[in-house]
Design a binder for this molecule. Structure first.
Ligand code: SF4
Length: 226
């Protein structure tokens, strides 16, 4: 889940810490982890069942283009990269991807398992909440003891608006599936949030707040970064 990112304050030199293969442009380095806002972000996959209007993947020559991967990294690649860093200097380890991280579910969980054994760092997954659709099963029990926080993009106040904005391959089923995923996560993850951006009209934000309240989760209003 990656949208509206900014590169301010992040040099490629810092990011290109660990050479891991060839990227889409045939360059020598692949970004598997990068620093942002005192957190360490993990680039897990470029796959996603959505095609959101605001997705940074749509922006030619955006910083995000350097996050394109020729193939999904393995947990071995990711673990090697993550532990080449000093994890104690970060607030959180965030699986974000330049796509939907839970498309690469097995590798994400394998990395979480390894990190939990060796570090106390807080683990968050930023997701579109469609993993149960993607994997055709309820994957949320697998987060137990491995994931501390799940932040799910709500994006809209109903299925029609979500479909118009996110163009999911699941059509209007995506929105209720995302809400159902949110509900299910609560049983296994301590901190479950729905997120929206602050550019939505106040009445939309109010309706989104009601959705979050009804589900018993926090509504996180992110600053839109252009
Ligand atoms: S859900 Fe997929 S298409 Fe939408 S912003 Fe996230 S990565 Fe991009």
């Amino acid at each position: 889940m990656l949208a509206r990112i900014t590169i301010s304050g992040y040099s490629k030199k810092e990011i290109f810490k660990e050479p891991s293969g060839l990227n889409k442009k045939g360059l020598m380095f692949v970004i598997l982890t990068y620093e942002m806002e005192n957190n360490l972000y993990v680039n897990v996959t470029n796959k996603c069942p959505n095609a959101c209007d605001f997705c940074v993947r749509n922006v030619e020559d955006a910083f995000g283009q350097d996050l394109w991967l020729k193939k999904d990294p393995t947990s071995v690649d990711l673990i090697k990269d993550i532990f080449s860093r000093n994890l104690s200097q970060y607030k959180e380890l965030v699986f974000c991807g330049f796509g939907e991280p839970l498309e690469n579910l097995e590798e994400v969980l394998s990395v979480c398992n390894e990190v939990k054994q060796k570090s106390k760092i807080h683990i968050r997954i930023n997701t579109n909440g469609l993993a149960n659709k993607i994997h055709k099963a309820d994957v949320t029990p697998r987060f137990k003891s491995l994931v501390d926080s799940v932040s799910i993009s709500l994006n809209a106040k109903n299925a029609e608006e979500y479909d118009a904005l996110c163009h999911s391959i699941y059509g209007k089923d995506a929105f209720p599936a995302m809400l159902d995923f949110t509900q299910k996560c609560k049983a296994y993850v301590d901190d479950v949030q729905l997120s929206i951006v602050d550019c939505l009209p106040p009445d939309h934000i109010q309706e989104c707040r009601k959705i979050a309240d009804d589900l018993g989760v926090t509504l996180k209003i992110r600053k839109e970064v252009k």
